[in-house]
Design a binder for this molecule. Structure first.
Ligand SMILES: Cc1cc2nc3c(=O)[nH]c(=O)nc-3n(C[C@H](O)[C@H](O)[C@H](O)COP(=O)(O)OP(=O)(O)OC[C@H]3O[C@@H](n4cnc5c(N)ncnc54)[C@H](O)[C@@H]3O)c2cc1C
Length: 555
């Protein structure tokens, strides 16, 4: 059995994990070992922005799906998650939308003033290298390059005008002081290629510290935590060859395995609802009822229109030999970015203080009829009240957990989505979109009953599960981690990823996941005097890999 150790073990080389590992490794006297179940990110489907749909269901996707959802007519919803260095941000649509300042002030209710918007904005600015240039609310010069999505063509212009005609328009920076309005959003696609946060931060670590104190091990599937009394001291895992390996942390273990992986590892280690642990034959280490609870996600409902035949506005981003050649040689052609996309944020009720609905907007060749231009105005329920739970299916660490987000179980959610669909239909009726609307997937004058049926039949995930190990104060019975991200009842163990998010933001979840990593780094560095033996530099020399750039990036 191989045993390796470092001061800090970070489990999960997805979005949050590499950023945290890289920040911790800024101290050259600290050793950090980052463990990732998947491999290096080399897949063209992930690196060429427009090919992202081909990653779904592929070898770099964990390929989860929810339990049957009564709120969605009993459907099981596929939940892709990245299983590769870069994690879910290797599969995602790349949009950088932080959410509303009010969301973070709500977090402060769970975690104290350190989680307020005022406290967190400097961390966002530290992350970002925005192509939009300096502004008080935006960062430039940070590790994560953000660049505008490609131009959208005539149909995009018509859609933007229709939003204005419907009363939802007005250009804005959705990450700026006024979230309401339309934006083409900034993305992690740079010069025609996806640069994941993992790639950005790991190459930064390499430049800063020449990488000697940070090691990245891919192909390592962590199975559970190791303890000495009430202290987490390491993890046991399977390596790429299927051998059992153990890794030891001189100081701390940090779980960054995502909103599914992190609670799964806690539960497998006997940290969770005691009754359930016992029922599965697992030891009860800490009775923490909140582990796996508070699971929630964003739902979207497709409202689509398409124009008459012969109206294609943009070339279809298909992996034809010609398109692939253009992308591979010069990062050019329709695969180089997600053209014709954007978002709008709106309030379906003017009395609301902040947006309750986002429109995901898309324009281009219709998927089913490539000679026809088509568009999408998909309302997203930004602040769902419904909550579900992640449970272990068995004590087998390799078994997929049971995922029940409880979509639409709270009666307050459906009416907001219905209002969102109405707002989308209103947009499709505006003069600017008339020439582009020969057909819709719903009649413009649909009844509430028809819209509700449409929601239940077609609503889909925006791929944003969060909240399964949420932050809370010591007197909060459902809190899993304290405001410093330490798992309750255990020493030497934190969680730092989308799991700790107490309430989902009115935005997308890559940004807040990375924010959690930056805050975790500050918290850990501030807590540097916690007792525990120093392990010195990383012992594992064979697999050192600190340059996060993929082979393609080297070109
Ligand atoms: C298809 C898709 C589209 C999306 N689009 C957007 C978007 O446009 N904008 C946006 O903001 N967000 C988007 N998201 C969501 C966003 O990408 C995630 O919320 C975010 O990346 C979560 O970060 P994380 O670090 O918590 O988890 P992840 O990035 O999922 O990282 C977790 C990592 O842990 C690893 N891991 C898990 N279990 C183990 C284990 N037992 N042992 C070792 N390693 C393990 C995983 O392989 C993975 O690499 C999208 C997600 C998907 C899937």
């Amino acid at each position: 059995m191989t045993i390796q150790q470092a001061d800090y073990l970070v489990v999960g080389g997805g979005t949050a994990g590499p950023a945290l590992a890289a920040r911790l490794a800024e101290d050259p006297g600290t050793s950090v070992l980052l463990l990732e179940a998947g491999g290096e990110l080399t897949q063209r489907e992930a690196l060429a922005p427009a090919l992202w749909p081909l990653t779904l269901g592929s070898a770099i996707d964990w390929q989860y799906r929810t339990e049957p959802q009564p709120g969605l007519g009993g459907r099981r919803v596929p939940w892709p998650r990245g299983r590769v260095l870069g994690g879910s941000s290797a599969l995602n649509l790349g949009g950088w939308i932080r959410g509303n300042a009010a969301d973070y002030d709500a977090w402060a209710g769970f975690g104290g003033p350190g989680w307020s918007w005022e406290a967190l904005l400097p961390l966002y600015r530290r992350i970002e290298d925005s192509g939009r240039g300096p502004a008080p609310w935006r960062g430039t010069g940070g590790p994560l390059r953000l660049r505008a999505a490609g131009p959208g063509g005539r149909l995009w212009d018509a859609l933007e005008l229709a939003l204005e005609q419907a009363g939802f328009g007005g250009r804005t920076d959705v990450n700026g002081p006024r979230q309401e309005g339309v934006d083409t959003q900034e993305m992690i696609f740079v010069d025609g290629e996806r640069i994941t946060p993992a790639a950005a931060y790991l190459s930064l670590a390499h430049r800063n510290a020449a990488g000697g104190n940070l090691a990245v091990r891919t192909g390592v599937r962590v199975l559970g935590l190791l303890f000495d009394g009430d202290r987490a001291t390491g993890v046991r895992a399977l390596d790429a060859a299927g051998r059992e390996v153990r890794f030891h942390a001189g100081r701390e273990v940090v779980l960054a395995a995502g909103a599914i992986g992190s609670p799964q590892l806690l539960l497998l280690s006997g940290i969770g609802p005691a009754e359930r642990s016992r029922a599965l034959g697992l030891p009860v280490r800490v009775d923490l009822p909140g582990v796996g609870g508070n699971l929630h996600d964003h739902l979207r409902v497709p409202v689509t229109g398409r124009a008459a035949p012969g109206t294609t506005d943009l070339p279809a981003p298909l992996p034809t030999p010609e398109n692939l050649r253009r992308w591979e040689r010069h990062r050019e052609g329709p695969l180089r970015d997600l053209a014709g996309g954007g978002v709008a944020f709106l309030r379906t009720d003017p009395e609301l203080a902040a947006p309750d609905v986002e429109f995901l907007l898309g324009t281009g060749a219709d998927q089913d009829h490539p000679d026809r231009a088509g568009y999408l105005v998909a309302p997203v329920l930004l602040q769902p009240h419904s909550r579900g739970r992640l449970r272990l299916a068995s004590a087998d660490p390799l078994a997929a957990p049971l995922l029940d987000p409880g979509y639409l179980t709270d009666p307050r959610d459906l009416p907001v989505l219905v209002a969102g669909v109405r707002a989308a239909l209103r947009t499709t009726e505006q003069p600017a979109l008339r020439p582009w609307t020969a057909e819709r997937n719903l009649p413009a004058d649909a009844s509430d009953a028809l819209i509700e049926a449409h929601v239940r039949a077609t609503a889909d995930t925006v791929f944003h599960p969060v909240g399964t190990a949420r932050i809370g104060h010591p007197d909060d019975p459902d809190a899993v981690v304290d405001p410093e991200l330490r798992v309750r009842g255990v020493r030497g163990l934190r969680v730092a990823d989308a799991s700790v998010i107490p309430v989902i933001t009115r935005g997308h979840t890559m940004a807040p996941s990375l924010l959690v990593a930056e805050r975790a780094a500050d918290l850990i560095r501030g807590a540097d005097r916690t007792p525990g033996p120093r392990a010195g530099r990383t012992d594992d020399r064979t697999d050192d890999r600190t340059d996060g750039r993929t082979k393609e990036n080297h070109r």
